[in-house]
Design a protein around this ligand. Structure first.
Ligand SMILES: *Cc1c(COP(=O)(O)O)cnc(C)c1O
Length: 365
């Protein structure tokens, strides 16, 4: 008799459903026998990596026989300079996704609770479930975090609160004052993780940069990534910033060489490529106008977004429209699993990619 491994798995893992990534262009072209598909499904930068990152990668290729620097000395130094922190405050991850998982692993027990918002980034639920803890999911208000309700949900079992600012897939953001008040109201034995994956895209006067708040809030952890505006999603590199004592614990559970050497060198180069960041942000802004105006013209309600993606209500099950778009070679993201069954999340692409998607959508609706 062979034992079903399911019965051997730890409870958190037994109930786990893996993260569903967006379909890749290769997968779609293989399945449908089409060519020139557009992918607007994973919030990637349509311009890809910048010239500085690419040059750094090429330069490093002959060194690939060696292990990466397990402490990420050079990248941490560059990040510390850029954000006016010390290297001891940094935790590098295989994507910021890994940093979120490390936080759960280092701090959350099965008897603990983790608080996050409805329609929040799917990884918060996954990392909570993986350690067997209980998720407290707080309903949104107008697609935004309800910080008062989140404060009320915190109890002695709460260990971590995850906040995406801006949030994916809603694209909504929290203002300086509400976030600051939330942090002030949160006991310091509860970690508050502010996930700023789309930080560079946001251009709102009241949008907070929370890294300078680290001195005031000992329980704050800020995460950022090179996957979005820096165009390095395929290399997997992100980081957390916290006080050194927290970073030390996260670094204890981290695997020794969790960030590969191409990612380390590319990220370091990307940090100083201001031209690529501004070009990417400008491109995104134009594409956001293009998409939102077209949605308005089609009479579709969308959620105004400050990220590099926008969620639109297609007035019927998003999964259906998603399937029809696929057959025409446009990949977007159905988000029923985020509790948004009639919405599709569309990543802002190049002008012609956006147009191709919009023309197809118009045809279908
Ligand atoms: C994309 C994204 C991330 C990070 O992804 P990595 O590629 O793992 O760095 C984190 N948080 C949110 C809200 C995201 O949308």
């Amino acid at each position: 008799m062979v034992v079903d491994p399911l019965s051997l798995a730890v409870p958190g893992v037994r109930g786990l459903r893996p993260y569903e990534p967006g379909k890749s262009i290769e997968e779609l072209e293989r399945e449908y026998g089409i060519s020139n598909a557009v992918k607007l499904a994973s919030n990637e930068n349509p311009l890809g990596p910048g010239p500085k990152a690419l040059a750094a990668i090429r330069h490093w290729l002959p060194e690939l026989g060696r292990y990466p620097d397990g402490n990420g000395f050079a990248l941490k130094g560059a990040l510390a300079d850029k954000f006016a922190v010390v290297p001891e405050q940094l935790t590098l991850g295989n994507g910021s996704n890994e940093v979120l998982a490390l936080i759960a692993r280092a701090f959350v027990l099965p008897e603990n609770e983790v608080v996050f918002s409805e329609h929040a980034f799917a990884v918060y639920a996954l990392v909570t479930q993986a350690v067997g803890a209980t998720a407290r999911v707080i309903p949104t208000r107008d697609w935004r975090h309800d910080f008062e309700a989140m404060t009320r949900a915190i109890n002695p079992r709460t260990r971590v609160v995850f906040i995406a600012n801006p949030n994916n897939p809603t694209g909504t953001w929290a203002a300086r004052q509400e976030l600051e008040e939330f942090l002030q109201a949160t006991p310091t034995d509860v970690l508050v993780v502010v996930d700023e994956a789309y930080f560079e895209y946001v251009d709102e006067r009241d949008y907070p940069n929370t890294i300078p708040w680290l001195g005031r809030f000992p329980n704050l952890v800020v995460t950022r990534t090179f996957s979005k505006v820096h165009g390095l999603a395929g290399l997997r590199v992100g980081f957390g910033v916290s006080r050194p004592e927290i970073a030390d614990l996260l670094n204890r559970v981290r695997e020794p060489f969790n960030v590969n050497s191409l990612a380390l060198t590319a990220a370091q180069a990307a940090l100083s490529d201001d031209a690529h960041v501004s070009q990417s942000v400008a491109m995104n802004r134009a594409g956001m106008v293009q998409l939102s105006q077209a949605f308005s013209d089609m009479g579709l309600a969308y959620i105004p977004s400050v990220g590099n993606f926008i969620s639109v209500d297609v007035g019927r099950p998003g999964a259906e429209v998603y399937g029809q778009l696929l057959r025409e070679g446009a990949i977007v993201r159905p988000i029923a699993n985020y509790g948004m069954p009639n919405h599709l999340r569309v990543t802002v692409g190049l002008t012609e990619e956006n147009q191709r998607f919009l023309d197809t959508l118009r045809k279908i609706l």
